[in-house]
Ligand binder design. Structure first.
Ligand code: PLP
Length: 398
């Protein structure tokens, strides 16, 4: 692995190492180029031009127009702006929202918070492969549904979601369609001209850009209420002096991801398949969590029948041997003892829902990283204590 030779970093869905080309582009904007893009003098105008260029680069990644991109401080903030902005009219929260049961907490917790202040929400179920059920959408839509939110790809199990079909049904019912594309962007084709979503969330640090910068695509003509009020930056939707260096980095990361996506996706699918085939062959009781093939190029998620309760221990043993993976989602590390809401929604019982191992590959991984994991994982599992769970002995193919 590029950045640190001692560690095989296989947790790119949690965050990905910043590409050195991105860092190089950002550096001047942390030092000599310090202008405020709202200033009228030369330093300000240069910063404005840099922000505009990045806006175009991010827009191009998803086939949008530059004026449809609103920079935010994170993917989380983009999700909040999409849902809260759509559920608020003239300062009053109301209406109904739909979100899939496997959304990131940035969406689910926002729905829950909105439900305490005037709105209501319903969860769209997913099947046992971790794919949202299109046929069930009509059943959870209500006459006052303002927005339907379904992620483009799931962060825990990596499954790709049928957002085109869901967007069409939601819009036919008069609702806006939002997709959290934080994991999918730059990895799989995403074009808002072909898949006409209304709102789409992005985050730079998942595509080898810097942390602390995200964006919301807002289709022209969609009226959203801001959640941050102030000086009116970002078309009035996200006031605050722009984080110019991070925005520049996001722009370059988006451009690189777009330029390299096709070749990189093919390379990552090859590594992922090598990994999955190897784990299924080498580790007794191993099974893939989520649809085997409808998944992000570099994303694999495993369960180990009978050892599900040991996932955190396995993760820490791997860490001690220089291999970084995740037990599901970095965002749920604070709730490691709790079952994953994603696996629960897929029908796993509470013990098995605690036991997945997420391995996510990125630009700086190669076959050596996969070989190293394949050597170490069987040893680590051989030292783990089996905990029998309901159905664990029979369900080895999920
Ligand atoms: N949405 C998804 C699907 C994610 O995976 C994440 C981060 O893990 C986020 C939103 C939050 O993005 P950020 O870390 O930029 O707040």
């Amino acid at each position: 692995m590029g950045a640190d030779l001692r560690v095989a970093y296989l947790d790119n869905a949690a965050t990905s190492p910043c590409d050195p080309r991105v860092v190089d582009a950002m550096l001047p904007w942390l030092c000599a180029e310090f202008g405020n893009p709202s200033s009228l003098h030369l330093a300000g105008r240069r910063a404005r031009a840099a922000v505009d260029q990045a806006r175009g680069q991010v827009a191009a990644l998803i086939g949008a127009e530059p004026d449809e991109i609103v920079f935010t401080a994170s993917g989380t903030e983009a999700d909040n702006l999409a849902l809260r902005g759509a559920a608020t009219r003239n300062g009053v929260v109301g209406g109904h929202l739909v979100a899939s049961a496997i959304e990131h907490p940035a969406v689910l917790e926002t729905c829950r918070a909105l439900a305490t202040s005037g709105a209501s929400w319903s969860a769209l179920p997913v099947d046992t492969d971790g794919i949202a059920c299109v046929a069930e959408l009509d059943g959870v839509l209500a006459s006052g549904t303002r927005v339907v939110s379904v992620m483009a790809a799931n962060n825990v199990v990596g499954t790709l979601q049928p957002i085109g079909a869901l967007a069409a049904r939601a819009q036919a019912a008069g609702a806006l369609f939002h997709t959290d594309a934080v994991q999918a962007a730059g990895k799989v084709p995403l074009d808002v001209r072909e898949t006409p979503v209304d709102l789409l969330s992005l985050s730079a640090h998942k595509l080898h850009g810097p942390k602390g910068i995200g964006a919301l695509y807002v289709r022209r003509g969609i009226g959203l209420e801001p959640i941050v009020h102030g000086g009116g930056q970002e078309g009035g939707l996200r006031s605050a002096t722009e984080n110019v260096a991070a925005i520049v980095g996001f722009g370059v990361a988006a451009e690189l991801a777009a330029a390299e996506r096709t070749a990189e996706a093919a390379r990552l699918v090859g590594l992922r398949e090598m990994l999955i085939d190897g784990v299924l062959a080498e580790v007794p009781g191993a099974y893939v969590v989520g649809d085997r093939f409808r998944r992000l190029p570099g994303h694999a998620c495993f369960g180990f029948a009978g050892y599900e309760g040991e996932a955190i221990r396995v993760l820490l043993d791997l860490d001690a041997r220089g291999i970084a993976v995740s037990s599901g989602s970095a965002c749920s590390a604070h709730h490691a003892a709790q079952p994953s809401h994603v696996l629960t929604a897929m029908g796993f019982d509470p013990i098995r829902a605690r036991g997945s191992l997420r391995v996510t590959l990125g630009r700086f991984n190669d076959a050596d990283d996969v070989v190293r994991l394949l050597e170490v994982l069987p040893q680590v599992l051989a030292g783990a204590r089996p905990i029998l769970t309901r159905g664990a002995a029979t369900e080895t193919t999920r």
